[in-house]
Design a protein around this ligand. Sequence first.
Ligand code: ADP
Ligand code: MG
Length: 331
Amino acid sequence: MSAIEAQDLTRVFHVGDEEVRALDGLTVSLERGRLAAVIGPSGSGKSTLMALLGGLDTPSSGSISVYDQELNGMTPPDLAAYRRSTVGFVFQDFFLLSHLTAIENVEVPLKLAQVSRTERRERANELIELVGLGHRGDHRPQQLSGGERQRVAIARALANRPKLLLADEPTGNLDEKTGAAVTEILLNLNKDQDITVVLVTHNPELANQTEVQFRLGGGKLQQKTVASEELIVPPVIEPEIDMAQDQEPVEITQSTSVKVVILETGFCQAKATDIIHEVRPDLGLFDIPGILNDLPFIVLDEVEREKAEELKNRFEDADCVVELVSTSELK
Ligand code: ADP
Ligand code: MG
């Protein structure tokens, strides 16, 4: 049974008068439960492929089917539902929300899937344990090392029990040892939880541990290698040694100007819009492009702290996930 069937994918970007063919007739397929590496030089289309597989972007032409779901022709709400039900993402830059604890970060997608509070907490705790961070659940991202942050991101990606985990250079910002420990988690996930994992990596050793390798070049599949089981060498894992940085979380003080960040969701958006209109019709909105699974942000323009607190309460009453972020952090 296949996890992925992608046929003749092209993705053309227009930059000024120029056409960039990020993918140029790429065909790939992958069986369910496999661990695959995507390798190839910078600019060869790896991230573009991941975005298409994850329903974060749509192809210029070609077709994609993931776990028997045809992505072609899906409307944006269909794609959002597909992402929420089928896919987990892990990125190089972690993309954790800085004012939430590790556990709360893992809870965000569960909240968006309208999982009850008790069940959410239970599942988040379970996942934080699974990635070996049971002792750090109450820490905020600034109090965690890079490797620990990426573990939180992995736990968050698993929250809604994805069938396909897409990891785009997940160890790209980590030193070798830390990267190896994070890799071990991904390898074990694939083994123990029966999740199909697609991993973009520049690390040849890591790629050699995977069952399938897709080598991209110029937006095309250059080679697909399927290793025989015996050839897959289990990784030698050294314990993670980088210590949590001793950084204090940024406190929002009276004098800090803040932005209210609302995780825009189907069920909160309408209510949020009403509240915004009511309390501050002059308030500006802008979007930060989708950085989490399915979480575009609404960011309200800078407001005084008191107003921000009041807004936060109102939004939370309307079941929105909200955080207050000091302006300096939101560059
Ligand atoms: P990789 O992940 O293998 O480094 P990418 O998939 O990010 O490669 O990019 C493939 C090609 O497409 C590159 O030439 C890149 O500059 C171009 N590209 C990717 N995204 C965009 C975009 N949003 N707009 C214009 N060009 C893009
Ligand atoms: Mg890339």
